[in-house]
Write a protein that binds this ligand. Structure first.
Ligand code: B12
Length: 210
């Protein structure tokens, strides 16, 4: 029996090597990558977020948990990314300016790669003009932006406005996501797509290609 609680607890407490080991063991026992992510990693990060919000833990603990999740995700990477035999479309992805959170963005990137998209990752803290330049340079079908802070969400609208001003808006479907982002916000800023999680984003993009 795969013990997802153990994975969740080791992630919460930031025991990176235990997370790595437990994740490997879970795969050996036939666990689904998606389930490990949801019941292990994401469940842990939401408790960590709550504890941080309540002042029970501080940044170092949050960082340790984040690092542990990254170790676990690396174990899962080959399962999520798979073989890249086909390319459906190109996606440029990044976390907006002022925002250093990249776990969700990386997960979305991996799921998209696994679904057959070519992913160009601009990283974190990406300035508005860097997103615009990347669209100019790569002509992606999709631009995906991630924000985890209410204070950085507004950068997504700035990118959309700048794409418009540069005459590039028509050629690209803009996707937004991240914990504080919702469909309402996406509609308000004129984005074409939103996903609560990585799987949803990939599904919606695939549907848009039809
Ligand atoms: C880990 C973490 C950190 C780590 C980040 C490490 C890293 N490399 O990413 C560190 C310690 C660096 C950090 C720093 C800070 N953090 Co922080 N952090 C978190 C935490 C606990 C988990 C985030 C996470 O990785 N979740 C797991 C991933 C898988 O989920 P996700 O990112 O939401 O992504 C999923 C979806 O949202 C979606 N998605 C994500 N991006 C996209 C993009 C697209 C296009 C689509 C379609 C979907 C999509 O798909 C993903 C997979 O399913 C959250 C709590 C939380 N519940 O979110 C707080 C949280 C986001 N942090 C918070 C805060 C306040 C901060 C700091 C300001 C703290 C400080 N005082 O310095 C700094 C800001 C630093 C900065 N400038 O960015 C607050 C934000 C509050 C707010 N409303 O703005 C939160 C909510 C904690 C809290 N409860 O207070 N943080």
């Amino acid at each position: 029996m795969v013990n997802f609680i153990e994975i969740k607890e080791a992630t919460m407490t930031g025991e990176q090597y235990a997370v790595e080991e437990l994740t490997r063991a879970a795969i050996r026992q036939g666990a689904d990558a998606e389930q490990i992510i949801q019941e292990g990693f994401i469940a842990a990060m939401s408790i960590v977020g709550e504890k941080f919000g309540a002042g029970e833990i501080y940044i170092p603990e949050m960082l340790k948990a984040a690092r542990a999740m990254k170790y676990g995700m690396e174990v899962l990477r080959p399962l999520l990314v798979g073989n890249k035999a086909r390319t459906l479309a190109t996606v440029v992805i990044g976390t907006v300016k002022g925002d250093m959170h990249d776990i969700g963005k990386n997960l979305v990137g991996m799921m998209l790669e696994g679904s057959g998209f070519e992913v160009i990752d601009l990283g974190i803290d990406v300035p508005v003009d860097k997103f615009v330049d990347a669209v100019k340079q790569h002509h992606p079908r999709f631009l995906a932006m991630s924000a985890l802070l209410t204070t950085t969400m507004e950068k997504m609208k700035m990118v959309i406005d700048e794409l418009e001003a540069a005459g590039l808006r028509q050629g690209v479907n803009v996707f937004v996501g991240g914990a504080p982002v919702n469909q309402d916000f996406a509609d308000k800023i004129g984005a074409d797509g939103f996903g609560v999680n990585a799987g949803q984003a990939a599904e919606l993009m695939k549907r848009m290609l039809k």
